[in-house]
Design a binder for this molecule. Structure first.
Ligand code: GCU
Length: 126
């Protein structure tokens, strides 16, 4: 099974907001990270998990790459969040992970000046 962590319950770095103006999201909103290198969204999660799945939308024509860090250690660099065609078209990006039982942080940090895609949720699957 999967456990869902909504982005509206995550920590968003300075300049980011929790928005609800593009329909189709899960929960009550999504994280609109600042358009800047280093802009991040961080979730507090509970393992174990073998995969991370991010719900997102990217209404531009360029990918919005991020580094993914677990407990402060980067585990994946430059993970592209490709265009979805519209800000109201939501898709997923998944990455395998080895997350032990217990509390962890998962942070995605934008590596380009565009910032991250709009992030809807993080699912942890066993
Ligand atoms: C638009 C869109 C936002 C999005 C932003 C961006 O302003 O409405 O939801 O976050 O573009 O480019 O990041």
């Amino acid at each position: 099974g999967a456990a869902r962590y909504e982005a509206e319950s995550a920590t968003v770095s300075a300049g980011g907001t929790i928005d609800a103006n593009h329909a189709g999201f899960s929960g009550t909103g999504f994280a609109n990270g600042a358009n800047a290198v280093g802009s991040y969204v961080e979730w507090q999660v509970t393992g174990p998990a073998s995969a991370l799945t991010f719900g997102y939308a990217n209404g531009t024509t360029a990918a919005r790459p991020v580094d993914i860090a677990v407990d402060g250690t980067v585990v994946a660099t430059g993970v592209p969040f490709p265009p979805t065609g519209a800000w109201t078209t939501w898709s997923t990006v998944a990455r395998p992970v080895s997350l032990a039982a217990g509390a962890h942080t998962v942070r995605v940090t934008a590596t380009t000046a565009d910032g991250p895609a709009n992030l809807d949720y993080l699912d942890l699957s066993r």
